[in-house]
Design a protein around this ligand. Sequence first.
Ligand code: DON
Length: 317
Amino acid sequence: MDRSEEEWSRLGAQLPAWVEISREMTAFGRPASYIPELAGAPAHALGIAVMEPSGRIVAAGDCGLRFTMQSISKVFTLLLALMDNGEEGVFRKVGMEPTGDDFNSMLKLELVEPGIPFNPLINAGAIAISSLIAGATPAEKTQRIFAFLRRLAGDDTIVGDEAVYASESATAFRNRSLAYFLKDNRVLEDKDDVEEVLDVYFRHCSALATCRHIARMGLVLALGGVDPATGEQLVPRRFVQIAKTFMFSCGMYNASGEFAIRVGLPAKSGVAGGIMTLVPGRYGIGVVGPALNGKGNSTAGVHLLEKLSREFDWSLF
Ligand code: DON
């Protein structure tokens, strides 16, 4: 058995036990409640799926749980915006730096000239990115985003969760403030209606997925934008490189530095408890654990990924 085959079989054999150990960490977190509809998520759930280029999957725990992608979807709107506008068009509106602030902070929008969001993965940046998605109407933009998500997830039934969408839209006072700030700073232009831009943003955050979907999407990124089933280049390699770099530097918000040390892989979390990560060229990984730590990342999910990275020496460094 070669080394990777040996790793795969150990992963399959051990994963259920490792999930149960990490599940105990759910006691130290809570599901997000600032979007009221997320508060009822199963607090002790933990699931994971790992997919390799051949299409084989190892999954364990609550991997059947459907959850909203939330900020994980920002990686894909960034990719679509890059495909629609090119690098120059995107980097006129968002920067390339981590903030060290909370994901919904507006501090630096006011303090640091020229008042563009520091990066596309914080809320302000992702709202700016929503305005860059091509389409004549919000519905058309949303439809294009969902078509892209379906393509990468290999499942054309992916839809949004209407209740989560409505719950977020009704309570998004902070995101509305950010969006109006962006309008005042001319990041959102005259043609950009603030409510329409926000609607696209709330819609893509509400996209429903399982760990298997997230693992497959992560695998496409791990393969530099290539569809593992068809070999087709779905996204230009350079854009995938940009997205993975942002995942590494900003994907776990102001816990990105700690995650880089503990796990050492590009990753993106969402407030419904999902984490998408990948081992370059080898695996896409989807994790869900709705109990979040103080930085907004899945407590048990991070614990489990640290265990896997150490066991298999996955850190990029
Ligand atoms: O804008 C929000 O607050 C959510 N729709 C997404 C935030 C999120 O997932 C941040 N993640 N850790």
